[in-house]
Design a protein around this ligand. Structure first.
Ligand code: GH3
Ligand code: MG
Ligand code: MG
Ligand code: MG
Ligand code: MG
Length: 316
């Protein structure tokens, strides 16, 4: 399949402390691009995190945080490390160019610049970025269901766990498992089983409400949800809603011992906002999970308890 630049307008962030320079670059990209602007390093970092531009045109000399530091910080943050940076600067010396490239910039353009050359270089980098994004998305998606795969989930879980510790916010996970799925395959065949997994995955995915929420296939007929900024109460509410939505799909399962349709069991676990406090879990009366592994282990334990308690249930 040929890989081409995306049809939507690429997003470019222009960073320069001199508004007149920002203006000059803006004119180069008048049509066909979505332009964001920043005049300080700190501002550039926050725009990158929130707007996720496809490319940054970055000045070097700026009061406060200079362009080199901005570049270094963008590379260090998993949220922004894949955004290509092109320095556009009055510096013409070899040392500056070497430093910029060594910090991870993809190109280095000296002022005064030729607009056609800047446009052409930017276009090349945007095409490369689009190709890289596409490959990354393939590497992160589950082949059968099209939702995120376990690798992506594991990476996001780690990043969100660390963020929740840093920002003292709650974080919840759900583990979801299709009930009596072996019987489903035995009764309806493996192909119908695959179809069922796609429907269930789509249902779980569309039950999520916030952009930061994530659903993934954990393996086989098991799914997981990552719910940043969500406490146990919120997670349980969602779990009950997802369970109901899967039932509402009304996928016939005449050999299930719990209902005549496909159902799921769910285990939930939450890391409270204040991890260090000794507030017990509201429902489970257990101590708070001290590590990411404990969080997953406890969610899995609650899933197992939901199975033992009769299936088609959510426990946390
Ligand atoms: P429980 O309610 O205890 O979860 O029972 P179960 O039958 O769902 O659990 P078990 O672990 O015994 O069986 C899971 C089944 O899921 C067995 C396996 O063949 C099936 N399965 C796993 N991955 C896939 C898949 O990609 N496609 C299909 N069709 N079936 C799958
Ligand atoms: Mg400057
Ligand atoms: Mg299972
Ligand atoms: Mg099993
Ligand atoms: Mg199962």
């Amino acid at each position: 399949m040929p890989i081409s630049a995306p049809a939507i307008k690429p997003k470019i962030l222009i960073v320069d402390d001199q508004p007149i320079n920002v203006q000059a670059l803006h004119q180069v990209f008048a049509d066909g691009y979505q332009i964001f602007m920043a005049t300080r390093g700190e501002q550039a970092l926050s725009v990158c995190a929130s707007k996720q531009p496809d490319l940054v045109l970055l000045d070097v000399e700026m009061p406060g945080m200079d362009g080199f530091e901005v570049c270094e910080r963008l590379r260090a943050d998993p949220l922004t490390r894949d955004i290509p940076v092109i320095f556009v600067t009055a510096h013409r010396d070899e040392a500056s160019e070497t430093r910029g490239l060594e910090l991870g910039a993809v190109d280095f353009i000296s002022k005064p610049f030729n607009p056609n050359i800047v446009r052409a270089r930017v276009k090349t980098q945007l095409t490369l970025k689009a190709q890289a994004d596409l490959l990354r998305s393939w590497a992160y998606l589950d082949g059968l269901t099209g939702i995120c795969n376990r690798r992506h989930f594991d990476e996001q879980l780690k990043a969100e766990w660390e963020r929740s510790l840093r920002e003292k916010t709650p974080l919840s996970v759900l583990m979801l498992d299709v009930d009596f799925f072996k019987r489903y395959n035995d009764r309806y065949g493996h192909q119908e089983g695959d179809k069922c997994l796609r429907l269930v995955a789509c249902c779980i995915q569309s039950s999520l409400k916030r952009p930061a929420d994530m659903a993934a296939r954990y393996g086989g007929e098991e799914f997981v949800c990552l719910l940043p900024n969500t406490d146990l109460e919120g997670a349980m509410q969602l779990a009950h809603a997802v369970g109901q939505s899967v039932m509402d799909l009304s996928i016939p399962h005449s050999d299930s011992l719990v209902a005549p349709v496909i159902t799921i069991s769910i285990g939930a676990c939450a890391k409270p906002a204040e991890l260090t406090s000794v507030v017990p879990h509201a429902a489970a009366q257990e101590p708070t999970p001290p590590s990411l592994e404990d969080l997953m282990r406890k969610a899995d334990g609650h899933l197992y308890a939901a199975k033992v308690a009769g299936r088609n249930k959510a426990l946390g």
